[in-house]
Design a binder for this molecule. Structure first.
Ligand code: RB5
Length: 146
């Protein structure tokens, strides 16, 4: 994992408030937050925002990403279409830790209609504090890439 502490955030309209809470929290932990919106609550399309965040990570502009929609599922599916991105939806801190340690996930997806703010921030902390273990997990992660 890089030492770069720069993280991209995006969401659709269903998760703007939780995204803002996550942005503030992550910034308070010393991360440079690149929040690519959206800023207004009009209905929008999660694939646009998932792809935009995923491209920031895949290009190396940001080390990690956190993306959010109502369930976390649709935006995760969009992000995972970008080569080099490994994104998982998490509703518990254990899974968030494991997708870093075993799957080398570089994007966390959250469902704003699934988890409340307190739990979401615990999930974020678990994701950000975990490290990829490599070894046999690296062999498996390499097999994911096309
Ligand atoms: C928007 O209503 C909703 O479908 C979206 O936020 C997300 O849950 C899709 O996976």
């Amino acid at each position: 994992m890089t030492d770069m502490k720069r993280i991209v955030l995006s969401s659709d309209h269903a998760a703007i408030e939780l995204r803002r809470a996550v942005a503030e929290h992550v910034a308070s932990k010393g991360w440079e937050v690149v929040d690519i919106g959206p800023e207004t609550p009009e209905s929008t399309h999660y694939p646009i925002h998932g792809k935009a965040a995923a491209e920031r990570v895949a290009s190396g502009d940001c080390a990690l990403g956190i993306i959010l929609c109502g369930t976390g599922q649709g935006i995760m599916m969009a992000a995972n279409k970008v080569n080099g991105v490994r994104c998982g939806v998490c509703s518990d801190p254990f899974s968030a830790r494991m997708i870093r340690q075993h799957n080398n996930a570089n994007i966390l997806s959250l469902g704003a209609r699934v988890v409340g703010e307190g739990l979401a921030l615990d999930i974020v902390d678990a994701f950000l504090s975990a490290e990829f273990e490599g070894g046999r997990h690296a062999t498996r992660v390499d097999m994911i890439e096309g």
